[in-house]
Design a protein around this ligand. Structure first.
Ligand code: ATP
Ligand code: MG
Length: 426
């Protein structure tokens, strides 16, 4: 039997509602902040990622799906969203519009990773990018927006970690101090970190190896090396968050996995089975647009990992949809069942009918099993009299009504129904 490739998943009907919910809330949030959607290609020229994500990043060194097409072009499947959006911003001259440019995307990414809980080879992100403003309000607005998104999904037990990694100016001094520290602890650091200390010392702070993490806790702190401008910028971001009562903790070792960040970086960390898991990450990247070949355009963005968030969404956030089962007695023709079903469907009510020729009793059982909340009983008697019986399976009540009142009744909320019906126990 054919099997799916390692690190990929089928999203089956039993969880798709959570995905729809995450996507719906993302679009709703974007609307509230007046952000339009952008869709970029699933693959780009490989060079785009080498230049933007960074030659020394984990993504470029070991995680990218690269291939040559039949014309010999070197391409890569999208490993993250920002680079393609920056390219599109430049290639389409979006910088000519009134700034800032604000866009969001919901898209799948591909990374050749060691698979484990919450780490897949194909995964999706909801991301937001703002171009054209270096103001701290932008960083703060995005953090506020990301925390609002998590709240909309009903995810409350999350910690916001934040740091400033400064600009290239402050980082140059820090990098040499960090390299010096790393040389002194060479033997305690992993092989990768031994390479990183030469190529890009900052990367060491993002190492997943616990022993490295422990050693690096004693390393010099970037916060001691920030220039006045970066210090002031960070202070302003934090004071806007304070004014909105957004709780955060400053994590001086937070650098994030990609090379292009400057100043503010942040992550939202949730708990999954008692283990911390990063569900959203972002930050400012003032040098990336120029790096990809444009003018110096400051920018800031974040991305939420939907495959991780989906674990954290409670079932009650996606209350079963309101839908009706029509149970018919054998004397009723298909034409008559369909006539009623189509009236309800045209009123946007989800309706299922007897598709497998079940007996009346078996239909009632089935309606219960699929969690239909209302059952319309259709016998020849009902059709002749024009009066229908509707059973409310959630409330355990039933009501007889004129055919013309059916749609109105089905659309009533539970409270109103309780007022007009007698429960079975009465
Ligand atoms: P990590 O440190 O966990 O590897 P990252 O720094 O590589 O994360 P980003 O590139 O910042 O991650 O992506 C933002 C978010 O996308 C992450 O916080 C996470 O929620 C999600 N994400 C990243 N990689 C994966 C993956 N392989 N599978 C599922 N979700 C992922
Ligand atoms: Mg990673």
């Amino acid at each position: 039997m054919e099997q799916k490739p390692k690190g990929t998943r089928d999203i089956l009907p039993n969880v798709i509602r959570k995905w729809h919910f995450m996507e719906e809330m993302a679009r709703k949030l974007a609307k509230q902040y007046n952000i339009d959607e952008i869709r970029t290609p699933t693959f780009e020229n490989e060079t785009l990622y080498n230049r933007s994500v960074g030659e020394s990043s984990d993504i470029v060194t070991k995680e990218m799906y690269t291939f040559k097409d039949k014309g010999g072009r070197s391409l890569a499947l999208r490993p993250e969203g920002t680079a393609g959006v920056v390219r599109a911003f430049l290639e389409n001259g979006l910088f000519n519009n009134a700034q800032p440019t604000k866009v969001f995307y919901i898209a799948n990414n591909f990374r050749y990773e060691n698979t484990q809980a919450g780490r897949f080879r194909e995964f999706s992100q909801f991301g937001v990018e703002y171009f054209g403003s270096q103001e701290p309000i932008v960083d703060a607005e995005q953090i506020i927006m990301a925390s609002k998104y998590l709240a909309m999904l009903g995810i409350n037990n999350v910690e916001l970690q934040i740091n400033s990694i400064g600009c290239p100016k402050c980082r140059a001094n820090f990098n040499s101090a960090l390299r010096e520290f790393a040389h002194a602890h060479k033997d305690e650091l992993c092989q990768d970190c031994n390479k990183r200390m030469e190529t890009n010392p900052l990367r060491m702070l993002d190492c997943k190896n616990e022993k490295c993490q422990m050693v690096l806790r004693q390393a010099p702190k970037l916060s001691d090396y920030l220039c006045d401008e970066c210090k002031q910028h960070f202070k302003s971001v934090l004071s806007i968050l304070d004014s909105r009562k957004i709780k955060y903790s400053i994590n001086t070792n937070l650098v994030r996995g990609l090379d292009y960040y400057t100043k503010t970086v942040f992550e939202f960390v949730a708990m999954l089975e008692d283990k911390p898991i990063t569900v959203c990450g972002g930050g400012r990247y003032d040098k990336l647009v120029a790096e990809i070949g444009g003018n110096d355009v400051p920018a800031c963005g974040f991305a939420c990992g939907l495959d991780r968030l989906v674990y954290l969404i409670d079932d009650k956030m996606i209350a079963p949809k309101d839908f009706v089962y029509i149970a018919n007695t054998p004397d009723v023709s298909i034409t008559e069942v369909l006539a009623v079903a189509e009236v309800l469907r045209s009123a946007d009510i989800a309706v299922e009918t007897n598709l497998t020729n079940r007996s009346f009793k078996a239909q009632m059982k089935y309606a219960d099993k699929i969690c239909a909340n209302k059952v319309v009983i259709l016998g020849q008697k009902e059709i002749d009299s024009g009066e229908f019986v509707v059973k409310n399976l959630r409330l355990g009540s039933e009501c007889t009504m004129k055919a013309s009142d059916l749609v109105k009744y089905i659309k009533l909320d539970s409270e109103s129904i309780k007022k007009i019906t007698k429960t079975f126990s009465d």
